[in-house]
Design a protein around this ligand. Structure first.
Ligand SMILES: [Fe+2]
Ligand SMILES: [Fe+2]
Length: 366
């Protein structure tokens, strides 16, 4: 630095305001920037790395399921969910992405509602008879299937199987509710279950190899999903198909240095990632240790298969199947599968940073 910065007391003496000026400022709710600039960027603490082990989550969701039927939950979201809380943030795993582990017992329904936040389900324990109903269509939830819930679209969860179903809910709730303060975007349906008005596979079929005449990427011509404009359509990404694509990639392409063999889930309406305007998701097959990097975005992970460790600023988060962990912004990290391979579901708030032209990434070695 070429100049010596004045200390705080010197600054106050140099910049002392007259009593008159101070009075005018105070009467009209004005403050000099130099007195408030240090307040910016300090309203929340820095996010820290953290991990939740599946055996602990399992014990928690089993206990909550035994103690509380969904029907007894108070009005509101009416979902039976155990929510990983990052102690450095306070009410979710991060300040942008929320994850929760939801259960629905055999014969139970999680009632229909809708909200402005983007949402998806990633099935942990599911079956063809566990269904999430979205925009009039029943979507079966087989293990590791990912099902989108468009913004402001009705959805309810119905367990017609004889086993408890569990899945990961992922939403941009902290961003929507805490940062944007968009609180009036929630509504309960008048019925517990919305009417099923579409045949199974309808929404996916309209965004597959054929589309109805007139539907295009042109923003003035709506796609087959007539919900809120430009919301991600309802879609079931079958894990069996994602896994085949991932294996094809491993056999025919080079791994990404930082994420292994990695495929991003696409928005069916555009054919490109990100899946949502606020969150992007990828399936990652790791066959060897990745290189270190860091970025100004947050990454949340769910371990689909295998064991290993993710090293975050020198701390090893040792993970096994179904564990959930978070890598905070600007932390140097790399992944290391323990055995031959591991598969992760990677979730990131990167689309928000890219929309603001604000994304930055680097490798310590570069
Ligand atoms: Fe919901
Ligand atoms: Fe990363």
């Amino acid at each position: 630095m070429s100049q010596t910065e004045p200390d705080e007391q010197e600054l106050e003496e140099q910049l002392e305001l007259s009593t008159d000026t101070r009075g005018i400022l105070e009467r009209h709710n004005l403050r000099p920037l130099w007195e408030v600039e240090d307040d910016f960027g300090n309203t929340i603490d820095d996010l820290e790395a953290d991990i939740w082990k599946w055996e602990d989550i399992q014990a928690a969701i089993d206990g909550v399921e035994d103690d509380v039927p969904i029907a007894d939950l108070p009005p509101g979201f009416q979902r039976r969910v155990a929510v990983p809380i990052n102690a450095s943030f306070g009410n979710a795993i991060s300040n942008t992405i929320y994850v929760g582990v939801q259960t629905v017992s055999p014969g139970e329904t999680a009632p229909a509602h809708r909200h402005g936040a983007n949402a998806l389900r990633f099935t942990i324990d599911g079956s063809e008879d566990m269904k999430t109903v979205v925009a009039g269509e029943e979507f079966p939830m087989a293990d590791n299937d990912l099902i989108t819930t468009p913004q402001w679209e009705w959805h309810d969860h119905v367990n017609d199987s004889d086993e408890t179903a569990a899945w990961l809910d992922v939403l941009d709730l902290p961003l929507v509710l805490d940062s944007l303060n968009a609180r009036n975007t929630f509504e309960n349906h008048e019925l517990e279950r919305q009417p099923v008005t579409k045949t199974q596979g309808y929404w996916g079929s309209q965004y597959g190899q054929g589309r109805p005449e007139g539907a295009s990427k042109d923003k003035d011509i709506p796609g087959p999903f007539e919900g809120i404009r430009e919301a991600t359509p309802p879609h079931r990404f079958k894990w069996s198909e994602m896994l085949k694509s991932l294996r094809q990639r491993a056999e025919n392409a080079n791994p990404d240095p930082y994420d292994g063999y990695s495929l991003s889930y696409v928005n069916p309406a555009t054919g490109s990632p990100p899946l949502f305007p606020t969150m992007s998701f990828r399936a990652q097959l790791l066959q060897e240790a990745t290189d270190e990097h860091f970025h100004n975005t947050t990454e949340v992970y769910f371990v689909v298969e295998g064991e290993g460790a993710t090293h975050v600023d020198g701390e090893a988060l040792e993970w096994g199947e179904r564990d959930i962990f978070v890598v905070p912004p600007d932390a140097t990290h790399h992944h290391e599968p323990e055995d031959e391979e591991a598969i992760l579901l990677g979730m990131t708030d990167r689309p928000v940073f890219e929309a603001m032209n604000f994304y930055a990434e680097a490798s310590p070695s570069s």
